[in-house]
Design a protein around this ligand. Structure first.
Ligand code: NDP
Length: 595
């Protein structure tokens, strides 16, 4: 094998990054919802008129994605009957409600990604299930646990305030609702506000345009289930963006459009997917009580620096972990210094990225196109992609890669898209331009949270997030944040963290209800101790500005001091799961004050 020239690769990566750095960083984007509200409307379900609600529930949860569903499931099992989900979409699913673009499928194996498979008795049909099956599974969980009964769809929370006199949360919504809840949960997810590139002329385009999370099948024909988009057979279509979403929908557009123009600023790294149907006989052989937790933990172990003896999922993600471990094991014990371990990691990364670049060279016939599809950055600078038809799509004569050498599309005209000084006339522009990540929480959510004594969450977290276990915040009683920061942060299988948090929420609420407590809140001391403990670890590990720009590093600008607190357990995701399981099982709820 040719030895890796680390310096040469680093130089090439730096040159490619520098081409893409922009002074306006995240400000280059526009919010779909506020700027283009007609494009942001729900194309899937009409908004149904209803009376405003003024009642009380034991538990209200903001967000009807996996977080709200799994917390609801565990609370129902714990005997909380009046659980209400408030959701801006027209049904359960969260990101899976909105993202119905053709080819959408989970990126992490269904066996570990789709929550509550054992409880609902569902066998995923494929190793990586497609979006309609995942959305159906969300409905299945909703029906199985009776979560539809109290749910509010097409409803956005506008205000959330703790009422010290009544010891309840006061909730207001954009549908005129004003109701109270003893407990509140928040699981709004990290990628729910769609964005468009702030291109000059974007509002002037005379043809059809939409964002991938608002796919207009009435215009394209076809269905999310994969039926051909027959109405595109006489259309010239542009897609802007080549991230994880575009990688999944480009093969479908390439198949169905008369002509497809793929506008690329930065290529994705696209490794093989190897999807396959799940065999029911095989599934029966693994379907024993507790199998899903075992699989989820095995996946975490395979991505960490432990030495698991088996790899149940066995895919591109676990391959990443194995490569890094094997490089490290290759070092003699006395050579395993932090610097040598980082160098071994870098070598593993370069080796993998070179393989992925060679994959593009092998699959794509046109030499210039294959060169342009090669990704020049370290693997975790951007979301790694896996697909067996994306690169192949560029071999169709009707599919054109318009590479912009890092500069991006210049502008939109009445007739089409301008890039590299050339106007491409099209009938339809599809924006695969992603979602807001680094904008502030209040602006993304549409509400602030007012805690004890009138303190706003935005003020309380001004210098960075402070929580106990990522779930509870001092001064905000009976409130649960169902998300990954200060918990199992950076876990590749996001739902694993949600399912685990749901256990904790249900355990805490059950204890409070059984003992007649009105309030539960972490002590300030326990919260500070937890955050101080997290800071003893390797740090946030996000926002590396040596990476090519993207939402992982705030468009190349890195993150401020406060993002230092967007971190996880020092021993990684499994370290958090071990800690919290022992904490739950102890039954002493150390760090929480019940009143
Ligand atoms: P991304 O933010 O990853 O991609 C946006 C794309 O738009 C990038 O390719 C970006 O280029 C491009 N872009 C932006 N502005 C311009 C411009 N002016 N000209 C040309 N191109 C432009 O969004 P996605 O929706 O693809 O993915 C978001 C995240 O959602 C993923 O990272 C992943 O976490 C999740 N996801 C998960 C999936 C799954 O699990 N199945 C599937 C799809 C998404 P550049 O890279 O240069 O910024």
């Amino acid at each position: 094998m040719t030895p890796i020239d680390r310096e040469a690769i680093r130089r090439k990566y730096a040159v490619e990054r520098d081409k893409r750095l922009r002074a306006d960083g995240g400000a280059q984007y526009k919010r779909l919802e506020s700027e283009f509200s007609d494009l942001a409307a729900d194309p899937y379900n009409p908004v149904v008129a209803r009376e405003a609600v003024n009642d009380h529930v034991t538990f209200a949860f903001i967000g009807g994605g996996f977080a709200g569903l799994v917390v609801g499931a565990r609370l129902k099992e714990a005997g909380v009957d009046d659980y209400r989900i408030i959701e801006k979409g027209g049904d359960f699913g969260g990101t899976w409600y909105w993202n119905r673009y053709p080819g959408a499928q989970c990126d992490t194996a269904s066996m570990i990604y789709m929550p509550l498979l054992e409880e609902t008795g569902h066998m995923p049909s494929e190793k990586y299930a497609h979006a309609p099956e995942i959305r159906d599974h969300c409905s299945r969980i909703g029906e199985h646990y009776g979560l539809y009964e109290n749910a509010m769809f097409h409803t956005r929370v506008t205000d959330l305030a703790w009422d010290e006199t009544q010891k309840v949360w006061q909730i207001q919504t954009d549908r005129g609702d004003k109701f109270t809840a003893k407990y509140i949960g928040m699981g709004t997810g990290p990628l729910h506000v769609a964005k468009l590139p702030g291109l000059p002329g974007i509002e002037n385009f005379a043809g059809k345009s939409f964002h991938t999370s608002r796919w207009d099948y009435a215009y394209t024909g076809g269905t999310p289930e994969g039926e051909p988009m027959s109405k595109l057979s006489n259309k010239r279509v542009a897609i802007i963006g080549t991230g994880a979403t575009a990688v999944q929908c480009v093969p479908h557009l390439a198949r169905d459009a008369k002509e497809l123009f793929v506008f690329q600023r930065t290529p994705s790294s696209v490794d093989e997917r190897n999807n396959a149907a799940i065999d029911p006989t095989w599934f029966d052989s693994v379907n024993e009580p507790g199998w899903q937790k075992k699989w989820q933990e095995n996946f975490v172990a395979n991505l960490g620096m432990g030495f698991p003896t088996e790899d149940l999922v066995d895919d591109g993600w676990t391959d990443l972990g194995k490569r890094i471990r094997s490089q490290v094991i290759g070092l003699a014990p006395e050579q395993r210094t932090p610097a040598n371990i980082m160098a071994a990691w870098e070598d593993a990364d370069h080796g993998k990225m070179e393989e992925i670049r060679q994959r593009a060279a092998t699959i794509v016939d046109d030499p210039q196109t294959s060169e342009n599809l090669k990704a020049w950055y370290r693997q975790l600078c951007k979301r790694p992609c896996f697909h067996d038809e994306y690169l192949q799509a560029f071999n169709r004569p009707s599919t054109h890669l318009i590479d912009t050498d890092g500069k991006g599309v210049e502008r939109i005209t009445k007739k089409g898209v301008v890039a590299n000084g050339v106007e491409y006339e099209v009938d339809c522009i599809i924006y695969a331009s992603g979602f807001e990540v680094s904008t502030d929480f209040v602006s993304r959510s549409g509400y602030d949270v007012t805690g004890r004594g009138g303190i706003k969450l935005s003020e309380y977290w001004q210098d960075g997030m402070r929580s106990f276990h990522g779930l509870h915040v001092h001064g905000f009683p009976n409130l649960f944040f169902v998300q990954q920061n200060q918990a199992a942060a950076f876990i590749a299988n996001y739902p694993h963290n949600l399912v685990d948090h749901a256990e904790t929420v249900a355990t805490v609420v059950k204890h409070a209800q059984k003992n007649g407590y009105q309030e539960v809140e972490p002590t300030e001391e326990a919260q500070e101790k937890w955050v101080a403990f997290l800071l003893t670890g390797p740090g946030a590990r996000i926002g590396n500005i040596e990476c090519t720009p993207g939402y992982y590093n705030n468009e190349g600008q890195g993150f401020g001091e406060q993002e230092r607190f967007a971190l996880g357990h020092p021993a990684g995701a499994q370290g958090f799961f071990n800690h919290i399981e022992a904490w739950r099982n102890s039954g002493s709820f150390e760090g929480l004050a019940f009143k």
